[in-house]
Structure formats: C-alpha cells, structure tokens
Design a protein around this ligand. Structure first.
Ligand SMILES: Cc1cc2nc3c(=O)[nH]c(=O)nc-3n(C[C@H](O)[C@H](O)[C@H](O)COP(=O)(O)OP(=O)(O)OC[C@H]3O[C@@H](n4cnc5c(N)ncnc54)[C@H](O)[C@@H]3O)c2cc1C
Length: 467
C-alpha cells in the first residue's frame, strides 16, 4: 500500500523547496520531486547564484586593474585564472544546493529524485534516471516546475558558441567578441561579467531602450554608465540569423522597423531574450490544468490550478524572480495547512546586480502617468552622498515617488553601488503603507549610502538638506 502524503511538490527550485520546507515546518507530510540531480532549481544551479559568483569575482578583477591604484594599492600585474574563477562559482553552487538537502532532512521532507508526472488528482508518477517508476499518492500536488530560456526562431542554441544563460555561465575562455541578444536583466549581468574579463561586448536589443521594466530615467543612466564601461548597444535592432563558420559567428542584424541590415562578427553569442514556463511532460491536462499562449499556467489568485492542485513560481503569472517563487511556495504551504497565505505582487523588488546596481519596487513614473495617478517625486544623486564620495562610487541616484494627496510611497527607483540592499528599506516601508515623510524622518546612520534614500524621501516634500 503506497504511503499517502499531504503534499507532493514537483520541482525543487525556490518555489518548490521553500514550499517543502514550510510544509515540513507546519507538520505536513511532504515530498519534493526534482529531476535535475541537485536541489535549488534554476536559481542555485544556473541562475542567481552562479551569476552573482561571477559578477562578484569579475568586479574585483576589474577593480584590481582599474581602481586599486587610485586608492593607493599597488598590485603588480593582475592576471585572470578563469578555471579558478569558475571553480569558486561551482563551490558556491555546491555548498548551497547541499544546504537545501540538509534543510529537507531537518524539516522531514522526502527528497525524491526523478521526473514527476501528474497521473490524476492525488497521483504523481516519478521516473528515476534508470527509468524505474513509482507512484506517490497525495492529498495535494504543487507544481513548481519553473522556466527555461526562451529561444529565437531560426537560432539554434548549442551551448558551445551560441549559448543561453546556462552556457554563458560556463564559457571555457574569454571570447574576444561577444554579441549579446537582449538588454534585459540577465543579458546585462552576463555582458558585464564578460566585458570585465576582457570581451568586446555588443548588446543587440529589439526595443529602443535597455531594461524594459525599469523606470526610463534609471534605464538611461544605466545605459550611459554601461557605455563608459565599454559595452556597446544596438537598440531598436533585431537579429535575423546567425551563420556559423569554422572560426567565427556572423550575426545578421537589421533595424527593428526595417531597413538595411549589417553583419556583426562574434566568437560567442549569448541569447538572453527572457524565459518561458517549463511544463513539458507534466501531465497538467490530466487534472484539467490550462496554460495561456505563452505557456503560463492559469491559477486563481490563491495559486489553485484545480481541486487539490496548486502551482507556484516562474510557471505561473507574476515576475519571474526567485524571491517571488519563494513567497508563492511559502504561501501555498500555509494555505494547504489552513492558514492565510498571500503574496503582494505589487511589492516584489527587482535588482540588477551590475556595477552600479539597479533596484526598484512599486510603480515607475511611466506607469503612474499611464494610470493617471498624480504623484510627487524626490530625487537624490550619490554624487552628493558623503559615503559614496568617500568610496569614489558616485554614479547614480535614488528616486522616491509618492501619491500627491496622501504622500503614500508608490515606488522607489535606484541606481548606484549597493542599492540592491537599500531597496529592502523601501519595501518594508511600503508594506506598512508608509508616507515619504516616514522615511524622511527616520534616522539613518551617517555616513551610509542609505542616507541617499532618506534625502530622496525628504525631496518629495522639497526639503532635501544635503544638496
Ligand atoms: C542567469 C539567471 C540569473 C538569475 N538571477 C536572478 C536573481 O539574481 N534574482 C532573482 O530573484 N531571480 C533570478 N533569476 C530567476 C530565478 O532563477 C527564477 O525566478 C527562479 O529560479 C524560479 O524559481 P522556480 O522554483 O519557480 O523555478 P526553477 O528555479 O526553474 O526550478 C524548477 C525546478 O523544477 C524542476 N523540474 C521541472 N519539471 C520537473 C518535473 N516534471 N519533475 C521534476 N522536476 C522538474 C527543474 O529541474 C528545476 O530544477 C535568474 C535566472 C537566470 C537564468
């Protein structure tokens, strides 16, 4: 007689593993099925963690070459050991994925290795790497199968010369010429890594701006800064094909609006045009589950696909971010346990881990204008922040947007060193429905970069004091 679980989760990424851990904490009998061989999903294996390991190391490499001398630090010749840089990245990934296995044991979660398929309500078949099958019986199924890189028609990703985010994190040598398709978050992070290590990077973007979801003023400042760092941009441009010769890639591009094309030479092409939900072979149809035309699983506002079937993370609507997936997973575990699980998608922060970092939460100016919402704006440049000046890291600014009548904060948009950490302050304030004055009157330690947030908040009412 098969054992009956309270919850069986398909997928061990941030959505799935957090759901599993929370369900275990709440005393539910839970299993998590993962086919990759390691836990942590895209995020830990081929996403957030390895990309940040390479961003950190390549930033220090670039700083040692370009900034240390001006700080009075002599290094001698700075050389790249790419093999070691990749090894320290793998160490970070290994440590963190094993950490989740430990957390599973601690919270009595059964880790089932293999590919999960929903057979019917309450029944999930698991096929392991040797083809052996077993069926898990459960009261609830949680789909947390995540996403995979989106592809361009006619462009084949071989993960050797034409690579997705996965191949881009494991190149064997620094390409001389790198063409990056897509000026979104993942593309700009990968472009930054390889540019710092010595590649000549050309970013081709279909739209006429970079970072489409970011506030336009922030995106403009980012573009200016990245250009100074050596990235070149072909905006309003589409890739129509890639010809592979023995030694080179010939990337055919033309204006998005039509017109004469040109060919860009490249050693490596990174395709970073976004991600799409992954539901292959899942058996969603066996429980009446549906997807929209982009493959996103349809759910109610409480993550329900069908009776006893739930879905979380990148495979459902909402921002494709690890912390959103984590919050979804936690909420579903709580709902299954009879608690009130809820995620506020309006306050999921976004961070781009370039140098400087870019971070935002809530609505941007374009969205507020489009919605006809009257707002006030406070803006403070890091050039006027004493800590930023001390550190010689003065690029960027903080912008706070607040509702005209009530002063309630509607959004915060930042570009500058360390803003990926600073955005959390505004998220907490916004969760509590804070006014800009609440931040403006809160003591911030001096000298810190976060004083720029306070000064920007002061600016909403026109009393910025340090500028
Ligand atoms: C290069 C890169 C950098 C990124 N950086 C960031 C970042 O800095 N911050 C951030 O918030 N987000 C980042 N992301 C996005 C983040 O990785 C995803 O939003 C997050 O991983 C989504 O979590 P998930 O659990 O929904 O899905 P995933 O992490 O995709 O996990 C799904 C898991 O399910 C498994 N699976 C699928 N189908 C089955 C099946 N039938 N049976 C068993 N297992 C199955 C897959 O093997 C996978 O391990 C990045 C992504 C990339 C690609």
């Amino acid at each position: 007689m098969a054992e009956t679980y309270d919850v069986v989760i398909i997928g061990g990424g941030p959505g799935g593993y957090n759901c599993a851990i929370r369900a275990g904490q709440l005393g539910l009998k839970v299993a998590c099925i993962e086919m990759r061989g390691t836990l942590g999903g895209t995020c830990l294996n081929v996403g957030c963690i390895p990309s940040k390991a390479l961003l950190h190391a390549s930033h220090l490499f670039s700083a040692a070459q370009n900034e240390f001398a001006s700080l009075g630090i002599k290094t001698g010749k700075v050389e790249l050991d790419l093999t070691q840089m990749m090894a320290q990245k793998s160490d970070a990934v290994d440590g963190l994925t094993k950490g989740i296995e430990f957390l599973f044991k601690k919270n009595k979660v059964d880790y089932v290795k293999g590919r999960g398929k929903i057979l019917s309500k309450g029944k999930v078949e698991v096929t392991d790497a040797d083809g052996k099958k077993q069926v898990l019986e459960t009261k609830n199924i949680v789909i947390a199968t995540g996403s995979e890189p989106a592809t361009l028609p006619g462009i084949e990703i071989d993960e050797e010369r034409v690579v997705s985010n996965t191949g881009a994190l494991s190149l064997k040598a620094v390409p001389k010429k790198l063409v990056l398709i897509g000026a979104g978050v993942i593309g700009l992070e990968m472009g930054s890594v390889w540019a710092r290590l010595g590649s000549e990077v050309t970013v081709v973007e279909y739209l006429d701006r970079i970072l489409p979801p970011a506030d336009a003023e922030v995106a403009k400042e980012a573009e200016r800064t990245f250009k100074k760092q050596g990235l070149s941009f072909k905006l309003g441009t589409k890739v129509t094909g890639i010809e592979k010769t023995k030694t080179k890639l010939k990337v055919a591009v033309e204006p998005a609006k039509g017109g004469a094309g040109e060919t860009l030479d490249a050693d490596i092409v990174i395709v970073a045009i976004g991600r799409k939900p992954y539901t292959e072979g899942l058996g969603l149809e066996n429980v009446g589950g549906k997807t929209d035309k982009r493959g996103v699983i349809e759910v109610t506002d409480h993550f329900k696909v069908a009776d006893g079937v739930w879905a979380v993370g990148d495979c459902i609507p909402g921002p494709m971010l690890a912390h959103k997936a984590e919050d979804d997973g936690t909420a579903v575990a709580e709902l299954i346990a009879g608690k009130a699980g809820h995620v506020n998608y309006d306050l999921v922060p976004s961070v781009v881990y370039t140098n400087p970092e870019i971070a935002w939460v809530g609505k941007n100016e374009e969205e507020l204008k489009a919605a006809g919402i009257e707002y006030k704006k406070g803006k403070f440049p890091f050039m006027a922040n004493s800590r930023a000046r001390t550190n010689h890291e003065t690029v960027g600014f903080v912008k706070i947007l607040a509702e005209k009548g009530t002063d309630r904060i509607l959004g915060a948009h930042m570009i500058g060193v360390g803003v990926g950490e600073m955005i959390a302050e505004v998220c907490v304030a916004m969760e509590f429905g804070a006014a800009s004055e609440d931040i403006a009157r809160t003591s911030h330690a001096h000298p810190t970069l976060s004083e720029a947030v306070r000064q920007a908040a002061m600016g909403v009412e026109g009393w910025t004091m340090q500028m």
